[in-house]
Design a protein around this ligand. Structure first.
Ligand code: GUN
Length: 301
């Protein structure tokens, strides 16, 4: 296992790792199609025009191109009814050409996200949000692992960061990041075997928990939450935050801001992910990996 004894932290370069993985996937797809196999096909449903969701879905479609996948983007306005959306989900479940699909979250308030997720055929649930996939993951069975935790696990692996016996604090308890991340870090494989603490808005002494952690995974969605004095020297810090803060310094008019106050925290770390260019690109590439698994029927027949 790598130890970083230098004073400068190692920047975990999710952008470069994700480019490498996309090339690996594209090579596999080329081999499949050269052999007469079907091109993997991912569909995405996008409701409304939320800036963040538009950006993520566009990035997913672009990643499909880079991997040699077919992609379909299905758009609805915010006034789509729950029943219309459920009908589309049922249609995609039945469409044999589509290997996997996602419904970009969040959805408008009049639509039950849970109902939509539970209607997706778990064999096509490449987001890993369906209770069957979430449950199988919790007990260590083959399944689609949700993209952000899977991307973080891949980064820990590719940088040989030791996790066995380490104290890992997960900040945040969302169903799509915090909970599955905690599950992964405690499973009996690498990366895993960690002693995991999940902290959230009701935690009593979150700062003390963080100061004792070897690995901190910050997924609260609160920009610059983790400060330098909350991190012990030599820790590994993974920043999942992607809040779009208004900025007059960028062309887009916003600046993607993580949950970690990078300039204070980085000097204390062994390893740290930047925002952008850390976890974000890995999340998208994990979705591509799940789509390839779906096309190959590796997990479910
Ligand atoms: N919204 C934020 N992250 C995600 C994700 O990974 N998948 C979907 N479907 N929606 C999201």
């Amino acid at each position: 296992m790598k130890e970083n004894n230098q004073t400068a932290p190692v920047l975990i370069d999710g952008k470069t790792v994700s480019e490498q993985i996309k090339k690996e996937i594209a090579a596999e797809v080329a081999a499949i199609t050269a052999d007469g196999g079907k091109q993997p096909h991912l569909a995405a449903i996008l409701v409304g025009h939320d800036g963040g969701s538009e950006t993520y879905v566009a990035a997913k479609v672009k990643a499909c191109d880079a991997c040699g996948f077919k992609s379909s983007l299905i758009r609805y306005e915010n006034d789509v009814t729950e029943e219309e959306l459920l009908d589309k989900v049922r249609e995609l479940n039945a469409n044999a050409d589509i290997d996997g699909f996602i419904v970009q979250l969040p959805l408008p308030r009049h639509i039950s996200e849970q109902k939509i997720i539970e209607t997706i055929d778990h064999r096509k649930d490449v987001d890993g949000f369906h209770p069957i996939n979430a449950g199988r993951m919790a007990i260590g069975l083959p399944c689609y692992i949700s993209a952000t935790p899977a991307g973080i696990a891949e980064l820990l692996k590719r940088y040989n960061i030791e996790t066995a016996g380490k104290k890992c604090v997960v900040l945040g308890r969302s169903n799509i990041v915090g909970k599955p991340m905690a599950m992964l870090m405690m499973q009996k494989t690498y990366p895993g075997d960690a002693t995991v603490t999940v902290c959230h808005s009701r935690s009593k002494d979150l700062e003390k928990e963080c100061r004792e952690a070897d690995i901190i995974i910050a997924a609260l969605g609160q920009p610059n939450f983790l400060k330098g004095d909350m991190v012990k020297k030599g820790a590994t810090v993974i920043d999942v935050g992607t809040t779009r803060l208004p900025s007059d310094k960028t062309k887009s008019g916003f600046k993607l801001t993580g949950d970690v106050l990078f300039e204070e925290v980085a000097p204390k770390c062994s390893f740290i992910t930047p925002v952008p260019g850390g976890v974000g690109p890995m999340t998208i590439v994990s979705l591509m990996k799940n789509t390839l698994l779906a096309a190959k029927k590796t997990i479910y027949k």
